[in-house]
Design a binder for this molecule. Structure first.
Ligand code: NAD
Length: 368
């Protein structure tokens, strides 16, 4: 019997919808484990990189110097000039450094800002990249790059910017003070939460998202008490990898849009904004995405997802309301206006009234 002649399959109610999907696997090689930065030289060799530009922020220049020593003659130049939001002027200066030694690859050691600069170089040169993340932001797993020029941040996707190799070493995240580690972890949780109700969600990414939320739910409270706890950092970095993969594979929704607006227009800090807003974004979608909510709640061992995310946020956030972050009521009106511009997917339709109410709750720091 041919396929066209066969009787339609009976699919249980509720299954069919989630079992129709498209999945694109992204090619990246991941080396994971405490001490794995010792394998950087081997991984550069594997990619044929003989003369790397070693990139960091000014604050992490000592670490960049340490890795440059580890890779010996493969270190062409150290460029400790990465800055937040990947300013194009910094990229242009780094490209001069690339040309000065004819670098044939990038080694980025740091958080999303540092990895952003390596991606910006790769976008323009197609040089291969080895990324050694030191926060939980997850940029190293995505083909996405955001760049800033004349105060405007624009984001694009290109496979050129996806790092070829990522080395996750939890010994490098333990140096984050809790005030950076906690919000950075919640930034990753936010990728996973939105992956579960993404328009193009698929079972693989949902499985990874749920596991990421579980890992952070376990690790973050420990890190806040004992920020050099290597087991907790290992668990969290594992979660960061999974959550970064989610961000790279499926589309995000209201939460990422509102955080982009708050960061871009009001200059609120990236990870702290994600950390504060994720309980409220989840609450916005509570009724519209019941399955995602059940999975998030289950991963956190709780009954209600937004409430459980709020409890986690309360444990890690330095600033626990938009008011504490310096926003005013007029800013909330402006942010709500901006967030409803350019329609985008979200499980619950985006309305100005709904977004304004969500921002008000976050402004007051109320339990959602
Ligand atoms: P960051 O890279 O800006 O780092 C914040 C600060 O922490 C810096 O001063 C840095 O030097 C320091 N730091 C980093 N790791 C440390 C460590 N282990 N110990 C001590 N200090 C450390 O912060 P981030 O949150 O990782 O990255 C934010 C940026 O990344 C934003 O610009 C965001 O847009 C971008 N991002 C991009 C993507 C993407 O897919 N393109 C994904 C996530 C984030």
């Amino acid at each position: 019997m041919s396929v066209s002649e066969s009787a339609p399959l009976q699919v249980a109610a509720g299954v069919e919808e989630s079992m129709r999907f498209t999945y694109n696997g992204l090619p990246s090689r991941v080396i994971f484990g405490a001490g794995s930065r010792a394998r950087v030289a081997e991984e550069l060799d594997r990619l044929g990189i003989k003369c790397a530009i070693v990139i960091s922020t000014p604050e992490q220049s000592a670490l960049a110097g340490e890795l440059a020593r580890v890779i010996g003659s493969r270190a062409g130049i150290v460029y400790p000039g990465a800055a937040q939001h990947t300013p194009v002027a910094v990229t242009e200066s780094a490209l001069l450094a690339v040309q000065s030694v004819r670098a044939d690859g990038c080694l980025a050691v740091g958080g999303g800002s540092t990895i952003g600069l390596a991606k910006a170089i790769a976008l323009r040169t197609d040089l291969p990249q080895v990324a050694v993340p030191t926060t939980f932001a997850g940029s190293e797993m995505t083909p996405i790059i955001g760049q800033t020029e004349q105060g405007r941040k624009t984001t694009q996707r290109s496979m050129k910017v996806l790092p070829e190799t990522v080395i996750y070493d939890p010994e490098l995240t333990v140096t984050m003070p809790p005030a950076i580690a906690g919000p950075s972890g919640m930034n990753a949780v936010a990728h996973a939460v939105e992956a579960l109700y993404a328009e193009d969600a698929n079972p693989i990414m949902s499985m990874m998202a749920e596991e990421a939320i579980r890992a952070f739910g376990k690790a973050l409270p420990v890190i806040m008490r004992d920020n050099r706890n290597i087991e907790a950092h290992t668990e969290a970095l594992y979660g960061a990898w999974l959550a970064g993969a989610c961000l790279g594979n499926v589309g995000m929704a209201i939460h990422h849009k509102i955080c982009h607006t708050l960061g871009g227009t009001f200059n609120l800090p990236h990870a702290d904004t994600h950390c504060l807003m994720i309980p409220y974004s989840a609450a916005y979608n509570r009724e519209a995405a019941p399955r995602a909510m059940a999975r998030i709640a289950g991963a956190l061992g709780a009954a209600d997802a937004p409430s459980a995310l709020y409890d986690l946020m309360q444990q890690v956030a330095q600033k626990k309301s938009l008011a504490q972050m310096g926003m005013t009521k007029t800013d909330l009106d402006k942010a709500a206006d901006l967030a409803v511009q350019n329609p985008y997917y979200n499980p619950r339709p985006i309305t100005r009234e709904g977004v304004r109410a969500m921002l008000q709750a976050a402004f007051e720091g109320l339990r959602p």
